[in-house]
Design a protein around this ligand. Structure first.
Ligand code: MLT
Ligand code: MN
Ligand code: ZN
Length: 305
């Protein structure tokens, strides 16, 4: 059995965000809103035998590991259950946690596309910086649909699925898309055959992405914004959700419409921005999701595959 554990369910900035006083952030800080704080975007995949893969290394990884004792089995004076890190893009909220893992005793196995590894060796030179600490043992992910496994955790078969979202603002390919700037991850438990698809950044439901979603038992997809102009309307940004590579949930062509067409047993929104009204458990938007059988990921959520 593969266990999928949500380490961090918020988008970049987390919830509440340190400098934000939007209705959600202020309300959760004051305790006047029924909502739960969330750390930044990451999941872990475990085999139940003390081996875990981290998918996206969040800036909050140390707090996430403290909140997840199963990931710290303490078999030796210095020990970890992390057998590898997979990166789905080079966004700050997905890669900065690598710096926090610098005390690793061996080069840390990191799986990412050539595009992501190129950003991490140039514009945000984590590979070079970390070569002075544990070092990264980087492996280039194939984007041709071939499956891979992480040694020590081969009960789970993984496939990188290139898709449309956005490279980070610091990347030279922010406005010049390269295939592999963003991927989704197909996760299959070899024994049960059960399948999940994880895509916290999804700009558009391309036909191959819809096919992936249609055959998954569990989907965990982009839950960043409820409306496309959410950040704009609050005066927090000049960018729409689409500008940032995220498909909004509500309205015609929104994520809810796609989720409604899927047979998946679990439909979960993840990577939720702190401005998104679905974080307020009493909001009409949250009730609308409930009516559609759509769940909102939270830190510590576990799903068995
Ligand atoms: C995004 O996915 O657009 C990021 O969360 C932005 C960020 O890291 O600030
Ligand atoms: Mn993000
Ligand atoms: Zn906020």
């Amino acid at each position: 059995m593969t266990i999928l554990r949500v380490l961090g369910s918020a988008a970049g900035g987390g919830f509440p965000q340190w400098n934000c006083n939007c209705r959600n952030c202020d309300g959760v800080r004051r305790g006047t809103l029924r909502a739960t704080p969330r750390t930044q975007s990451s999941i872990a995949l475990g085999d139940g035998y003390q081996n875990w893969i981290i998918v996206n290394a969040s800036p909050d990884i140390l707090a996430q590991l403290r909140a997840s004792p199963a990931l710290q089995p303490a078999r030796a004076p210095r020990d970890t259950s992390i057998v590898g890190v997979i990166l789905i893009d080079a966004q700050i909220d997905h890669v900065t946690g690598l710096l926090m893992l610098r005390e690793h005793r061996r080069p840390l196995p990191v799986y990412a596309s050539a595009a992501v590894l190129s950003d991490l060796s140039t514009a945000f030179p984590l590979t070079r910086m970390l070569s002075h600490y544990c070092g990264l043992d980087t492996r280039v992910l194939a984007l041709d649909g071939s499956a891979f496994a992480v040694p020590q955790l081969d009960a789970v078969e993984l496939t990188a699925v290139p898709l449309e979202s956005k490279a980070p603002p610091y990347s030279p390919s922010r406005n010049a898309h390269r295939i592999g700037d963003n991927i989704g991850l197909r996760i299959v438990d070899r024994q049960s055959g059960r399948r999940a698809f994880y895509a916290p950044g999804l700009a558009r439901i391309e036909s191959h992405v819809f096919e992936e979603l249609s055959v998954a038992d569990v989907v965990l997809v982009d839950g960043t914004c409820w409306t496309n102009d959410e950040m704009l309307a609050l005066g927090f940004s000049t960018k729409t959700a689409a500008d940032m590579g995220h498909l909004a949930q509500s309205g015609p062509g929104g994520m809810i419409e796609t989720l409604d067409r899927l047979p998946a047993a679990r439909k979960v929104l993840i990577h939720i921005n702190n401005t998104n009204p679905i974080l307020d458990e009493d909001s009409p938007q949250r009730h609308e999701l409930e009516a559609h059988g759509i769940e909102v990921a939270y830190d510590g959520m576990e799903i068995a595959l």
